[in-house]
Design a protein around this ligand. Structure first.
Ligand code: GUN
Ligand code: FE
Length: 426
């Protein structure tokens, strides 16, 4: 029987209508019909008065948060070994850990912790990297399905420049595994869909990229990868792909860089003008991962430039480059690092504001999933119920101030309810 997804929530409602407009409604009514937002009202219209209503008192109600970039198998070593830069960090920490997911018992233990944590978090949508292993990737998808979160999960493709014990043996083998994986998962789930996941150019031969490009066209699935994260990485891509004009061009040569393929690229710290132009033209989404870019000493992305150009941009945690799964924390970090960039590097690019960070963590990233990340009419009903009563303050605060403070001060204990597409997660 179809679940009833028609109801009203009452509370203090905050959401982005667009990047410059954070709308707040005190003691408002949020109407959900068939899993979609019908509207936000100061007074409940007559025609909705028969719907079941939950009064959340003085709590805040906001859209669910979107993590555009996270590595599930790296959750096991979050907060460990943060003293290396990207390429050494991959070889020393990441590849040895990801190789363990060949063992399904290990994968089950590790991925259960990941799924349980994500369920309790403020995240309602995520783009997730798994590993090269098909069985463990399907296990992760099974576990994510049970959480009720709406996620895209990718079996990683990589056939060069990693140790033998964690490298697909040939482009053909990688292609075969990917097709078998897709055939198995394409229509298996309500909440989880596959996303094509070439790790990054240094780990993917041209032949593999060509095969993945054919797969993308046949199955019409979205694409996720990494782009212009670290200076040594970018230098290496130039050596590996002498004919590409810039890093993103190495994806574009295979049609894996935006239109018609829906694509999200993590980082974009050092994207050149040409690369930015092409991302804009082809609608490539940027997953801004400020904590990872700090931990791995990668740098600070020019987010102001991306926002001014109205490019597609959201936030990512990039666990374990980032040490935690909190997108609230990513919002704070996005603001903080932008101030350092402005002060130390380029005074022409103003710091990111809290409204802009909130937009990126909700509506900005949500657009990768469709009409997601806002309470505008017709948007999929993803919502969080937030209780700031244990974060007391002596002075009166506006709703906007309470939201800002919540972003800085809260943790998962302050989340009292969570919905995706009108279904209650907890
Ligand atoms: N580039 C290629 N692989 C990775 C990864 O696992 N994490 C990050 N941050 N960058 C990458
Ligand atoms: Fe990453």
């Amino acid at each position: 029987m179809a679940e009833r997804k028609n109801f009203v929530l009452k509370g203090n409602i905050c959401y982005s209508e667009d990047i410059h407009l954070l709308r707040t409604v005190e003691q408002g009514y949020l109407v959900c019909l068939e899993g979609k937002t019908e509207g936000v009202y100061k007074e409940l219209p007559e025609q909705f008065k028969a719907l079941p209503l939950t009064d959340w008192g003085d709590m805040l109600i906001i859209p669910g948060l979107v993590d555009l970039h996270i590595h599930a198998p790296q959750f096991s070593f979050r907060g460990l070994n943060m003293d290396l830069e990207l390429l050494d960090w991959l070889n020393t920490n990441t590849f040895p850990e990801e190789a363990k997911y060949k063992d399904l018992d290990y994968a089950k233990k590790a991925y259960q912790i990941f799924a349980d944590t994500m369920k309790k978090s403020a995240t309602t949508r995520a783009c997730i990297f798994a590993t090269i292993h098909r069985p463990a990737t399907e296990l992760l998808m099974d576990l994510m399905e049970e959480t009720g979160l709406k996620t895209m999960v990718g079996k990683v493709n990589m056939d060069r420049n990693s140790p033998d014990y964690y490298c697909e043996k040939s482009p053909k083998e990688s292609e075969r595994d990917t097709i078998e994986w897709l055939e198995s998962v394409m229509s298996k789930y309500d909440n989880v869909t596959p996303i094509l996941t070439p790790r990054f150019i240094p780990c993917c031969t041209d032949e593999l990229m060509e095969r993945l490009s054919r797969i993308q066209k046949k199955y019409r699935i979205p694409v996720q990868s990494h782009l212009s994260e670290n200076k040594s990485e970018i230098h290496w891509v130039k050596e590996l792909c002498p004919t590409s004009r810039f890093y993103g061009d190495a994806y574009d040569q295979f049609g894996l860089f935006g239109k018609p393929a829906k694509t999200v690229m993590a980082h974009c710290v050092y994207s050149t003008h040409e690369e930015i132009d092409l991302m804009e033209e082809q609608g490539v989404f940027i997953a801004h991962c400020p904590q990872s870019n700090t931990n791995l000493s990668s740098g600070i992305a020019p987010v102001r430039t991306y926002l001014e150009r109205k490019m597609n941009i959201g936030l990512g945690t990039d666990v374990a480059g980032g040490s935690g799964e909190s997108i609230f924390r990513a919002m704070v970090d996005a603001v903080s690092v932008s101030k350092l960039r402005w002060r130390l590097l380029d005074e022409s690019l103003r710091p990111v504001t809290m409204e802009e960070a909130f937009y990126m963590g909700t509506l900005g990233g949500g657009a990768f999933f469709g009409k997601v990340g806002s309470f505008l009419k017709g948007y999929e009903f993803d919502a969080l119920i937030l209780d700031d009563s244990s974060l007391p303050h002596p002075q009166p605060l506006s709703l906007k101030e309470r939201l800002e403070r919540f972003i800085y001060l809260s943790d998962d204990r302050h989340i009292k309810g969570k919905f995706t597409e009108g279904s209650r997660i907890f």
